[in-house]
Design a binder for this molecule. Sequence first.
Ligand code: 5GP
Ligand code: MG
Length: 478
Amino acid sequence: MCGIAGIFNVSDSETLVAELLFSIQHRGQESCGLAARNERGNIFCYKGMGLVKNVLTEEILKKYSGNIAIGHVRYPTAGKSDETNSQPHVIELPEGPHLAICSNGDIINYYELRTWLENDYGFTFKSDNDGELIGRLIAFYLLHKKLSIEDSIIEAQKQLKGAFSSILIYRDKMFGFRDPHGYRPYVIGTLDDEADLNGEIPSEGIVLASESCAFGIVGARMIREMRPGEIIRLEKGKPMTTVAVNAGKTQHCVFELIYFSRPDTKVFGEKVYDVRKKIGAQLADYDKNMGFGDDTVVMAVPDSSNFVALGYAQSAKLSFDMGLLRNHYVGRTFTKPDQKQRDEGVRHKFNPLPDFFEGKKVVLVDDSIVRGTTLRKITRMLRNAGAKEIHIRIGSPKVIGSCYYGIDTPTRNELIAAVKSHDEICEYLGADSLKHIEIADFGKILHKFEDFCFACFNLEYQYKPEDYHQKVNRPDAK
Ligand code: 5GP
Ligand code: MG
């Protein structure tokens, strides 16, 4: 998982992009970077390992300035984590380094396309990253097929299978484009206070980002979401233009709404916090006959399930409280390489309030169970703190399959719901009861249920990696 941002034709665009990246930092903490183009046509690119505030410092932003800029935050993955796999990528063209690209998603036929470009056309790759592949594929159509930049993007979009929300700088233009299914989020905003959002919108001041929560920090207004399969062009002195829309079956990632996106984001035609509260209300509905009352407290595993727990408590008219404190200075526990480190990570991350749980019935709400590490540890913690009963409620269906479209789910044998029965999971977690929201009940929550991908919950994949033989050997999967 990653985040992208871009701004067209305003001064200090690099500083604004750094701010956008800061507000989508939750989408990736491993590395970040930006590419900025100045009026003289030079593209500067700077990338580094670590957080936006530490990498894209004031000093760097002064040095790498331009009026068009794009940037990226990268999520830690099982694959190689070094600077070569950070984005954006600048692709050298014979006339100069005039193409820069960043992308969020996962290309399933990555190796097929890469091998083809390497073997048949002598392309050299500097990373194992999807963003670079997309850039080089576009360069292929520009250089070898002599197509316009617009047609090159259209052709590349047809070849690429999987998820991509991408931004490209080509000479003095900027392009935003998205895969035909719209897997990953992508929103368009503007810094122009006067622009009529229903009419033609000037390219100047257009802001592209993974999530609308980024707009506030730079003072941008949301225009709309990028359409699945859409390609837009931004050009000096001209309005923002849709070059083409090559849409397929819409397959928005429902896990974005469950876990990944920030609650203040509006995406896929939904408000993230609103969906999470409705998930909570649905879970409360399952529990009508549980006899929960004054001795029951509803609690989140902070912070990812806060709104689900709140929705549950409001709907069930039970008290919502915060019995667990989260230490915000702990690194990632989810992506630690071995189970011992993940277990320790959970202990470092959460601590119960003293004298809070004695004799209480707890409805413990989390957004998802992947390996089961977090909830097993927390359940023990709460029992030791005196909790009488612990009822675990989960704001997602059971995760039984890996994601091939950009979320870093572990392989199937590590997914607890793929290898254990419901009762076995409940026992493993040490809970008195366990319930997940059912897939079908998202039909009551989402405005357009049929537009969402539930593949990690129902194994109904639009594309499977086995359709593309080399994918299995990819050194870097996201
Ligand atoms: P588990 O501990 O069961 O392996 O993972 C579930 C926990 O990890 C939940 O608290 C959930 O908020 C979080 N989580 C779920 N998916 C992801 C992910 O893709 N990345 C990270 N960092 N955390 C996740
Ligand atoms: Mg969590």
